[in-house]
Design a protein around this ligand. Structure first.
Ligand SMILES: Nc1ncnc2c1ncn2[C@@H]1O[C@H](COP(=O)(O)OP(=O)(O)OP(=O)(O)O)[C@@H](O)[C@H]1O
Ligand SMILES: [Mg+2]
Length: 274
């Protein structure tokens, strides 16, 4: 069930609905084929370009539960697989999210997989090749993944340093998709749908964002994401003046450097000049 908060404060409850995802290419077909053929999938792409939304959309479309794990550098294999916990009178075994996903035949999504410790990714190996098994050393169990189990991982290559890449033996167990910011027409549709602004306004926002993304000599860690464009549009829909909305959503979150911010603001003002 999804609660959708409309900009005017209404709450539309859409039972069993499929989260909106606007395809850019053939990614939905590829996901579905990977699912049907029991192949694990790796998704790469910058922040805010739709990776999480895509996985949520596909899981709902395929009618499978989705179990998401946000990986971090303290994430251990036990956090994924499970551990013994101390109860009132005895210890008991508690499945981790990966084990739960295997038992349920769910889609397990490991977000920012490169953040996880190296020993964590090793537990994925027997699960992501043709064996499709999850050995649980501590209980002596060996789970066979059902047909509907799928492992999806994603990361943002931009954040990576050399120490934080996946080992070739892990990478080469996945089929992979690269995501990027969508072409203007597609991004306009996304912004319109997500925020409810008029199409002309969405188009204007996308044009401004594209100019900002192309701006030479600007030192930003990462370009303006579709997520921030949607934020700007939401502010506008809520009554904010467009230049102010763009500065709040598309400049300030990106940089602390005054010169960089000034250059970005100039492009925004020009984009909304009458
Ligand atoms: N193709 C798309 N269809 C629908 N919405 C999209 C699409 N691409 C981006 N969005 C919008 O952008 C927002 C951010 O997307 P999402 O959270 O999926 O990014 P992400 O790639 O997972 O980012 P991160 O790497 O930071 O987790 C979504 O909430 C949605 O509003
Ligand atoms: Mg995400």
């Amino acid at each position: 069930m999804n609660d959708r908060y409309a900009p005017d404060g209404r709450v539309d409850v859409m039972e069993d609905s499929i989260p909106f995802y606007q395809p850019v290419g053939q990614e939905c077909e590829l996901f579905e084929r990977a699912f049907r053929h029991r192949l694990p999938l790796l998704i790469k792409g910058p922040t805010g370009c739709g990776k999480t939304r895509f996985v949520a959309h596909m899981a709902a479309r395929l009618g499978r539960p989705l179990i998401t794990v946000a990986c971090h550098d303290d994430l251990t294999a036990a956090d994924l697989v499970g551990r013994h916990l101390i109860g009132e009178s005895q210890t008991y075994w508690a499945d981790g999210p990966l084990t739960r996903a295997v038992r349920q035949g769910a889609i397990c999504y490991l977000d920012e997989i490169v953040e996880a410790r190296k020993d964590t990714t090793v537990v994925l190996h027997p699960l992501t090749d043709d064996r499709r098994i999850l050995p649980i050393d501590r209980t002596g169990e060996q789970l066979h993944a059902p047909e509907t189990f799928m492992l999806v991982v994603s990361y943002n290559p931009g954040y990576q340093n050399l120490l934080k890449s996946l080992k070739p033996s892990t990478r080469q167990r996945f089929v992979a998709l690269t995501f990027d910011f969508p072409p203007s027409a597609v991004e306009t549709r996304i912004v319109t749908h997500e925020s409810g602004v008029e199409q002309a306004m969405a188009q204007r926002l996308v044009e401004v964002a594209q100019r900002l993304r192309r701006l030479a000599g600007i030192d930003l860690d990462e370009a303006i994401s579709t997520r921030l464009l949607v934020y700007a549009a939401n502010l506008i829909r809520a009554g904010c003046e467009p230049v102010m909305a763009c500065i709040a959503a598309m400049v300030e979150p990106l940089t602390d450097d005054a010169d960089t911010a000034a250059a970005l603001k100039e492009v925004i003002r020009a984009g909304f000049a009458p």
